[in-house]
Design a protein around this ligand. Structure first.
Ligand code: PLP
Length: 460
């Protein structure tokens, strides 16, 4: 049995407490009108929960690494591309892993220094690379052509930026193909087991004294921990081989990626960072010896359990005998769940018009979104207390990749996002993380400045 499919180590009291806190947040968000007839959907973020996860990540590594080892936990910005969240994590000691000019801009806006930023991405332009080198941001090259660009750029202007190479240990995939970055044909990094590839990588390092890091991110949701650890082991062994051939510690830092899966089926946090780091420690003891600095790139596992999408039920109806709750949360905020429901099931909690947990006999019903296509369903045939118009549906564990990664279908606006935490006296306070997108902004982003642009084109 693998660590990931073992029955979660239950901490029922803590799990129940988390559920109660979420109930309080929903009630308060409705009472304050953050969600209501005019703003029918919003994202809620448990700020102390995010702090707790960041602390657990740090503590897990601190427990196992040799004292004095440099460790940078670079949060994968795509998991929550929200400036105040990046800043919150930065204040908890994390940096940022960015994969586009936009993500880099967000990290910089959050005040994350270049020395705590790592640039990955399979498609960096020369201009992006040049800027990263000028800023001193760590860059992981993805492929031989990108390495050649770095050759030219480093020859033209010396840079203090730590430079590395991403490899794909090709250790296999997890349960979700689209999340598996270490299959034989994955698009990321140098495929190590391809013929001649390993020798090529060794030569590439020996020819470039400035190449000092090795990077692998072998997958995300759906990956068994054992497979992730096997990927890290393969990366470590390659670094050892390169350093032995170089006759010096040329590779001084290993970037082991992120990818800790999240449990979407209950409030239990499993697997946790400690379980993963303990497994890494037993699989790759040398990783913790202090001979290598470490970079991690966790995303989903830091945020997912701390976010809730709260949506008003606009209408309750039925079709073919099945009740349907038509809500304001659909593909625009839960894109993966709507398009690939088998891989991304979400828990839904039912609340009444005042935001109190609904009780009552569970009735199998569909929870639908507002988009104009039939498949816009968050849950099908899900037993829940029957939702009525004016009630609220909450999509649980949506703190990563969901409300922060909006899909502009039907020109639905990006919803507001609010962080919450309890004051010492227990009162819940909210802070705006992102204001709801206005119709003016939406129109402007849809080309309003060019309204007449097509009038004079063609048509002759
Ligand atoms: C997406 C990504 C991550 C984060 O993955 P999670 O599953 O959210 O932890 C880390 N590193 C790279 C290179 C990624 O593309």
């Amino acid at each position: 049995m693998s660590l990931t499919d073992r029955e979660p180590e239950r901490e029922p009291d803590r799990d129940r407490e988390r559920a109660r806190e979420r109930d309080r947040a929903v009630r308060a968000a409705v009472a304050r009108g953050l969600v209501g007839p005019d703003e029918p959907v919003a994202g809620l973020l448990d700020v102390d929960g995010v702090r707790r996860s960041a602390g657990e990540l740090r503590a897990a590594f601190e427990e196992f690494v040799a004292p004095g080892t440099p460790v940078l936990h670079a949060f994968a910005v795509k998991a929550a591309s929200l400036v105040p969240v990046l800043r919150l994590l930065a204040r908890e000691g994390l940096g940022c892993e960015v994969a586009s000019p936009g993500e880099l801009a967000l990290a910089r806006a959050a005040g994350v220094p270049a020395t705590r930023t790592v640039l990955d991405s399979p498609a960096k332009t020369t201009a992006e690379l040049r800027e990263a080198l000028a800023l001193g941001i760590a860059v992981n090259a993805d492929n031989p052509e990108e390495l050649a660009r770095l050759d030219a750029l480093t020859a033209a202007a010396p840079s203090a930026a730590p430079l590395g190479l991403r490899v794909n240990p090709q250790i296999g995939g997890g349960t979700i193909g689209a999340m598996s970055t270490a299959t034989d044909t994955s698009k990321f990094g140098i495929a190590l087991r391809d013929e001649g590839a390993r020798e090529w990588v060794v030569r590439a390092f020996l020819a470039r004294p400035w190449l000092t890091r090795l990077h692998a991110h072998v997958g995300s949701q759906g990956m068994p921990l054992e497979l992730m650890a096997a990927g890290v082991l393969a990366t470590f062994e390659l670094a050892e081989e390169i350093n032995a051939k170089a006759g010096r510690r040329q590779i001084d830092t290993l970037d082991i990626g992120g990818g800790l899966p999240v449990n979407f089926s209950s409030d239990a946090v499993t697997p946790d960072y400690r379980a993963y780091v303990a497994l890494l420690h037993s699989t790759v003891p040398g990783l913790f010896s202090g001979r290598y600095g470490l970079v991690t790139e966790f995303g989903r596992s830091l945020l997912a359990k701390h976010g809730t999408i709260l949506a008003r039920v606009e209408y309750a109806k039925s079709a073919g005998g099945r009740p349907i709750a038509v809500t304001h949360a659909g593909a625009q905020v839960a894109t993966r769940t709507v398009f690939v429901p088998e891989a991304w099931p979400l828990r839904v909690a039912a609340y009444d018009a005042e935001g109190r947990p609904k009780t009552g006999e569970p009735v199998a019903q569909d929870v639908a979104g507002p988009c104009c296509f039939a498949g816009d369903l968050i849950a099908e045939n899900r037993p829940l207390p029957r939702l009525e118009s004016g009630d609220h549906a909450a999509l649980l564990d949506t703190g990563a990749y969901y409300f922060s990664t909006h899909f502009a279908y039907n020109s639905l606006p990006r919803p507001g996002i609010y962080g919450y935490a309890a004051d010492p006296d227990g009162t819940l306070r909210f802070a705006t993380v992102r204001t709801p997108q206005t119709l003016e902004e939406l129109t402007a982003e849809s080309g309003a400045a060019h309204t007449e642009a097509l009038d004079g084109l063609g048509g002759r």
